[in-house]
Design a binder for this molecule. Structure first.
Ligand code: 1CP
Length: 348
């Protein structure tokens, strides 16, 4: 089979297809963000975070900033997981210094007021335009990652109307009226598939599904609301684009990481900070590539501890398919000089 154009030069794609480049590819979750002065400048120019997400010029610019500065092996589309509920008609706004707010969706009646999957693209068209521009603007060795939130994680925000510590509002709904809640998950699964397919058509080479709150689900609920939607999304994407790798991130899944790649068909699992690297090597790496899982706090503190931890991860995971990354998103307090040190360590 012929390799798709450019693939041979892309360490990230090669790793996701089971090949092994001479060193692990590296990119970082939330690599475009407030720890970079150039991001803060572009965001100020945009006016607000949402204006930045829907402005293809500026969203392209902030996606490229960390690539220019650090030479990461992958760029991730600049957008947010909450654009999908907004495209479904839910009111969304960001409170400065606090985070997202949405008008809560709490009942089947509220669900009835949302738009249909085929209507989301009107709102999301500027995001697809950003992907098209990135596809033409990235260095040839850099892989373009598209993404969406997983249905469960997006639902936790839709139901609570904000971020939270325990995702209790969504968990209450799933126990008290599971049929209604399952309808919300179904709708989000369909919308996520449609959204990711459009990103791929616009030029995304890999897609990642962020289930940041998977760890809040009890085991039976994890199967139903994290594993099953991830499987449906992966199957639907591969039915049309069999060569596009999918990365799953069931953050906090604990024992649920075992068998996740097999059950869902994802090509890689992103590990949160708590997953032991020896266990990941022995229990996960024969099923799929793994990505992760440096503690993002080390990019605030730096020093020997950062370099030693990065070397340890490469030593244990680097003999199998491995993508270097953090265990969760980079923080606004991260020091760009420490990111520079990390990239040098991984590439060296
Ligand atoms: O003030 C700012 O500039 C906004 C901060 C910010 C940024 C930079 C938000 C608000 N979203 C983003 C971009 C973003 N979000 C990206 C693309 C950029 C990149 O990775 O370089 C991605 C992939 C996301 C994904 C995202 N958004 C997740 C999943 C990943 C994760 O970190 O767990 C989640 C949970 C969100 C919701 C969200 N958006 C923004 C915030 C502050 C939050 C978390 C809110 C909360 O739970 O309290």
């Amino acid at each position: 089979m012929d390799a798709p154009r450019g693939m041979a030069d892309k360490a990230m794609l090669r790793t996701l297809r089971g090949d092994q480049p001479s060193r692990p590819p590296i990119w970082l979750m939330r690599q475009a963000g407030r720890y970079l002065p150039e991001y803060r400048a572009t965001r100020a120019e945009a006016g607000s975070f949402l204006d930045l997400c829907y402005n293809p010029d500026l969203a392209t610019e902030v996606t490229l900033q960390p690539i220019r500065r650090f030479g990461f092996d992958a760029a991730i589309l600049f957008a947010d997981i909450l654009l999908v509920p907004q495209a479904l008609g839910q009111k969304l706004w960001f409170v400065e210094g606090e985070g997202p707010r949405l008008e809560p969706v709490e009942s089947r009646e509220d669900l009835g007021r949302l738009k249909r999957t085929e209507d989301i693209h009107e709102t999301l068209e500027p995001v697809y335009e950003t992907v098209r521009r990135l596809s033409g603007a990235l260095p040839r060795e850099t892989t373009l990652i598209g993404f969406a939130g997983a249905p469960w994680t997006v639902a936790t925000y839709m139901v609570a109307g904000r971020g939270g510590l325990d995702q209790a509002p969504a968990r209450k709904w799933l126990y008290s009226e599971s049929e209604g809640f399952a309808k919300l998950i179904d709708l989000l699964t369909e919308a996520t598939i449609a959204y990711l397919l459009r990103q791929i058509e616009a030029g995304a080479e890999v897609v990642k599904v962020f289930d940041s709150w998977a760890g809040a689900l009890a085991p039976d609920q994890f199967q139903k609301y994290a594993v099953e939607p991830a499987r449906r999304i992966t199957v639907a994407i591969k039915a049309i684009h069999p060569d596009v790798p999918v990365i799953g991130f069931p953050r906090g899944a604990g024992a649920g990481y075992a068998g996740f790649a097999k059950a869902t068909g994802v090509d890689a699992v992103a590990l949160d900070t708590s997953v032991p690297e020896e266990w990941a090597r022995d229990a996960l790496q024969s099923d799929s590539a793994v990505q992760g899982n440096l503690d993002p706090i080390l990019l605030i503190t730096g020093g020997d501890a950062l370099v030693r931890r990065a070397e340890r991860l490469i030593e244990i995971l680097g003999d199998g398919p491995y993508i270097f990354n953090l265990g969760h998103g980079i923080t606004p307090e991260a020091d760009p000089a420490h990111v520079e040190t990390l990239v040098r360590t991984v590439k060296g």
